[in-house]
Write a protein that binds this ligand. Sequence first.
Ligand SMILES: CC(C)(COP(=O)(O)OP(=O)(O)OC[C@H]1O[C@@H](n2cnc3c(N)ncnc32)[C@H](O)[C@@H]1OP(=O)(O)O)[C@@H](O)C(=O)NCCC(=O)NCCS
Length: 331
Amino acid sequence: MVTISAPRGADHARILGVGGYRPSRVIPNAEIVDAIDSSDEWIRTRSGIVERRWATPEETVQMMSVAAARKALERAGLEARQIDCVIVATVSHFIQTPSVATTIASELGTENAAAFDISAACAGFCHGISMAADFIRGGSARHVLVIGVERLSDLTDVTDRGTAFIFADGAGAAVVGPSDTPAIGPVVWGSEGDRADLITQKADWRDALESGETPYLTMNGNPVFRWASFAMAKIGQEALDRAGITADDLDCFVPHQANMRIIDALARSMKIPDHVTIARDIAEMGNTSAASIPLALDRMIDEGQAKSGDVALFIAFGAGLVYAAQVVVVP
Ligand SMILES: CC(C)(COP(=O)(O)OP(=O)(O)OC[C@H]1O[C@@H](n2cnc3c(N)ncnc32)[C@H](O)[C@@H]1OP(=O)(O)O)[C@@H](O)C(=O)NCCC(=O)NCCS
């Protein structure tokens, strides 16, 4: 009988470098309130958002991804040719095939790295980190580039009161590689497809072509808000338990940036201690879906709020409904 060899990978995996790209156009609340009969005060009080970034036509999904990835590679001290797999988490790249990951891999200068897109909405980056860690431990790849990128402004109806002030654009990236010690904890992830209608597109693209109307994102915000604030605290706690640590052991808390009140509610329910630095990038960036966690972490590293070796908790959640949480060591 033929025996197929089954190589094993590294004992452990870790994030080696993180990078972000923030689009150049800053959109303050004042610029969007008239179209939705709202006010700067309402938006700040209900969501904590002060301004957001919307990409220019030149700031494409590919362009933003490459910029974020170059920063992550530089921080990791690696060349693009050392990357053997590129995972791009996005729901707002308008070409379904080929994946945008292949052209990103090629523009970066990887040597025929495996490359593909994944669709897990705001939890896409954390799904990608989990896959990367498993690929590295399983021997499928040595260095994986994970990108979370969105141009949600293309899918946002600027006259929709429930979404126009929330969604925004940007890219974040992480290089994941082998490690001697555990530095990416077990993922706690899942889906609740019976509530798929809470955040969805108005129509599929075929119907949109016939009607001529863009299939914008729609959201039933209140149930999403309640789900995220309560159910996700349990998922975060499970991620801590599975990593064998408690909230006291954390240095940083980097939840998906969906709403400042959700961030506060999660921190309260999980009893995140005062010494833990909490990501609050939502105020200046809005909700950038798959990009929000790496963008927030990139900023915390830039501003010295997260240091190499710090222990951080990611909790991500969004359309699907889907979620993923894990403990990681900051590169
Ligand atoms: C969208 C969100 C900020 C709305 O806040 P909320 O407290 O749930 O607000 P509600 O939808 O219950 O509306 C409350 C009131 O504000 C009004 N309102 C809604 N949108 C408004 C707006 N943009 N400006 C001003 N008033 C608005 C409503 O008409 C309602 O008025 P009423 O009390 O007179 O009926 C909140 O639901 C949220 O953040 N949801 C989760 C969003 C999210 O994270 N999505 C992505 C997940 S990845």
